[in-house]
Design a protein around this ligand. Structure first.
Ligand code: PLP
Length: 394
C-alpha cells in the first residue's frame, strides 16, 4: 500500500505515539488539580506550549491549544470580527480558495452584516500582494490568507502580505495548517497576528491543534466554562494530544530541511512523469508549492473513478479535498484557479510522505498513466474530444 494522502492526514510518528503513551499511562492528572500528579500534568502541558511556541517564533503565552485547525480558524476569524464590529470595521479580505473552515466562517459573518472581499488567486494559485493592498479599506478589520493551499499546495507570499497588513494596521490571520511542520515559519518576521495549525497534518494526533494570537490581540471564546487556556478556551486540556503534538512538531522541525529536499525531488519526478500523460495539466505553480504536493487534471475522466482504480492498485490518493469528496461539486480550489467544471472533475492530488520510496514514484507514474488511458478508452466525453466534436481544453 502506498499512502499518498498526507494532506488529508498523516500517520503519527513513533515519537508522538511514545509521548502520548507516557501521558496516558503515567501523567494522567488534570492540569487544574493541585496535588502532584495534576501539577506534573500542568508542567508537561506548559513544556509543550513552550516547544510549540519556539517552532514558530512565538512566546508561550501566545499559544492557545484547540481541538484542531478548524476550531483555530473559527476562533481567529470570529475574534477579529468581534474586534472589528466594536470599532465599526466590518470588512474582511480573504481568498477564493481558502479551506472551508475559513470560507464557511466568513459566510456566517456575511449573514451578520460583514462585507467579504475574496481575492483572485490566478491561474498559478498565488495571491498577488498588490491586489491585496488595493482591496484594503478604512473599514477592513481582518485579512485572512492561507499559508499553503491544501489541494494544490501553492505557498503564498506570506511575509509580503504580513508587511502590507502591518503597514495598514489590519489584523492578519493565516491558516497555516498545511505549512506548520513543513515550511519555516516565523510569526515575528512574517508579521502574522493570528495563525492556525493542526497536529494531524504533521504526524501528530487528530483532534488537537493550536492558535497563535500575538500578544495584545484579544480573543473571543467559542467555548465557555472553566478558566483553562487563559480563560479563552474552556474544557480540560487534551494533555496526551497536546504533548504528542509538541513532540511531533519538534521532530518535524528537526528534520524539516532534509525532508523538504527529499520530498521536492520525488515531487518533481512525479510532476514530470504525470505531465507526460497527454491532455493533462499540473494545478498550481510548479515551484512555489509544498514539497510533497502534486495535483493534476486529466481531461476526459472522472477523478472519483481514477481514485477507486488506483486504490485497487494499492495507491491511496485524493481528488482534492477530503471535505468535498462524496459530493458532485467540483473543487472550489480548482474553479478558483480557472479550471472549467469538466476539467476540474478529472483531478488527482498526491500528497506524498517522507517514507515514499523511489520505486513507489515509478509505480505511481505507471499506474496513473494506465488507469487514465483505461478510463478514457470508454469515456463518451473523451470520444467527443478525440473526434473533434468538442475542443480539447488541456
Ligand atoms: C486539514 C485542514 C484544516 C482543518 O484542520 P482540522 O484539524 O482537521 O480541523 C484547516 N485548514 C487546512 C488548510 C487544512 O488542510
Amino acid at each position: 500500500m502506498i499512502y499518498a494522502d498526507n494532506a488529508a492526514t498523516t500517520k503519527m510518528s513513533k515519537t508522538a505515539v511514545d509521548a502520548m503513551m507516557s501521558v496516558i499511562t503515567e501523567n494522567y492528572g488534570n492540569p487544574s488539580s493541585l496535588y502532584s500528579i495534576g501539577q506534573k500534568a500542568k508542567e508537561i502541558l506548559e513544556e509543550a506550549r513552550a516547544t510549540v511556541a519556539d517552532v514558530i517564533g512565538a512566546k508561550p503565552q501566545e499559544i492557545l491549544f484547540t481541538s484542531g485547525g478548524s476550531e483555530a480558524d473559527n476562533q481567529a476569524i470570529l475574534s477579529a470580527a468581534a474586534l472589528g464590529r466594536k470599532n465599526g470595521k466590518m470588512h474582511i479580505v480573504s481568498t477564493a480558495f481558502e479551506h472551508h473552515a475559513v470560507l464557511h466562517t466568513l459566510e456566517k459573518l456575511k449573514k451578520e452584516g460583514f462585507e467579504i472581499t475574496l481575492l483572485d488567486v490566478h491561474e498559478d494559485g498565488i495571491v498577488r500582494p498588490e491586489e491585496l493592498e488595493k482591496a484594503l479599506r478604512e473599514d477592513t478589520c481582518l485579512v485572512t490568507v492561507m499559508f499553503a493551499n491544501n489541494e494544490i499546495g501553492t505557498v503564498q507570499p506570506i511575509r509580503e502580505i504580513g508587511e502590507i497588513c502591518r503597514k495598514h494596521k489590519v489584523l492578519f490571520h493565516t491558516d497555516a495548517v498545511q505549512a506548520v511542520g513543513h515550511l519555516p515559519i516565523d510569526v515575528e518576521a512574517d508579521r502574522i497576528d493570528l495563525l492556525s495549525a493542526s497536529a494531524h497534518k504533521f504526524h501528530g494526533p487528530k483532534g488537537v491543534g493550536f492558535l497563535y494570537a500575538r500578544k495584545g490581540v484579544r480573543l473571543s471564546n467559542l467555548i465557555e466554562g472553566g478558566a483553562q487556556e487563559n480563560g479563552k478556551r474552556a474544557g480540560t486540556e487534551n494533555v496526551p494530544g497536546i504533548v504528542a503534538m509538541a513532540a511531533a512538531l519538534a521532530e518535524a522541525k528537526e528534520n524539516m530541511a532534509r525532508n523538504a529536499e527529499i520530498l521536492t525531488e520525488k515531487r518533481d519526478r512525479l510532476i514530470q512523469g504525470l505531465g507526460a500523460i497527454p491532455h493533462s495539466a499540473l494545478n498550481g505553480d510548479a515551484k512555489r508549492r509544498l514539497p510533497g504536493n502534486v495535483n493534476f487534471c486529466f481531461e476526459g475522466i472522472e477523478g472519483e473513478s481514477l481514485l477507486l482504480l488506483l486504490d485497487d492498485k494499492g495507491i491511496e490518493a485524493s481528488s482534492g479535498s477530503a471535505c468535498t469528496s462524496g459530493s458532485l461539486d467540483p473543487s472550489h480550489v480548482l474553479l478558483a484557479i480557472g479550471r472549467v467544471h469538466d476539467v476540474a472533475h478529472g483531478s488527482l492530488r498526491l500528497s506524498i510522505g517522507e517514507d515514499l520510496r523511489d520505486e513507489d514514484v515509478d509505480y505511481i507514474i505507471r499506474s496513473v498513466s494506465e488507469v487514465v488511458g483505461y478510463l478514457r478508452s470508454f469515456s463518451p466525453i473523451w470520444r467527443d474530444l478525440e473526434s473533434g466534436k468538442k475542443p480539447h481544453l488541456l
